[in-house]
Design a protein around this ligand. Structure first.
Ligand code: ZN
Ligand code: ZN
Length: 222
């Protein structure tokens, strides 16, 4: 996207008295946008450390929003891209995952009288529409909702992360493929593959009428 000569929307101190509860960081003034359909200005804004998070994933550092604001008949259309960084912990191996994220924003903020007219015409969703208030819009809910909405429910460092060894707690991905523990270290609940391989080993070694005594495996304990 090429940016016009106008630097950013709402940059610098807002001249008017603020009596709203919007978070200033996300508040975008529309005073430079002409209210003529098709008129358009750039939207460039850096939000310092908003710390959006779910239980397992959180953003770190600043968000960068870049896009445009466009006048349409019902209000102002916001289209923008948000770039951010997020960290999480792999649900299987607990490794910290740092990644870059991108979210696309597209939202129509309505003039209050337009939203009111929709409500009066029986549109039940008009109650929920984002509004232009005091010649400005608040991007916080839109940005938060979009970013949190695309955070993973179960973060994984790799789609097939094998997790941790149930005995020693080391990362299986970093251990040799034949990583194995002797029976003294047998976990309280041995995995099925462990039980099966012990059983196979015993069968191979056992004499036909065999007494299993003296076998090294723990699978033949009384
Ligand atoms: Zn992992
Ligand atoms: Zn191990």
């Amino acid at each position: 996207m090429t940016l016009g000569p106008r630097p950013s929307v709402g940059a610098g101190p807002a001249p008017s008295i603020r009596r709203n509860t919007m978070s200033d960081a996300f508040r975008i003034s529309l005073q430079d946008l002409r209210r003529q359909e098709g008129a358009r200005i750039d939207l460039v804004r850096t939000i310092e450390s908003p710390d959006f998070a779910t239980d397992l994933v959180r953003t770190v550092g600043d968000l960068n929003i870049e896009g445009s604001l466009q006048s349409v008949s019902e209000g102002v259309l916001v289209t923008a891209r948000v770039d951010y960084d997020q960290v999480s912990e792999c649900a299987r191996c607990l490794r910290e995952i740092e990644e870059e994220g991108t979210a696309d924003l597209a939202e129509l903020y309505f003039y209050e009288n337009r939203a009111k007219a929709l409500k009066e015409s029986g549109d039940e969703e008009a109650e929920e529409l984002p509004l232009i208030v005091n010649d400005s819009i608040d991007l916080e809910f839109l940005v938060r909702d979009t970013i949190v909405g695309q955070m993973p429910f179960i973060p994984l460092c790799e789609p097939d992360c094998p997790g941790l060894c149930s005995v020693c707690g080391e990362r299986l991905a970093e251990l040799p493929e034949d990583h194995f523990h002797e029976t003294e270290e047998e976990p309280r609940a041995p995995s099925m593959s462990f039980v099966r391989s012990s059983w196979r080993r015993n069968r191979r070694n056992e004499p036909l009428e065999g007494a299993p005594e003296g076998q090294p495996s723990g699978a033949d304990r009384p």
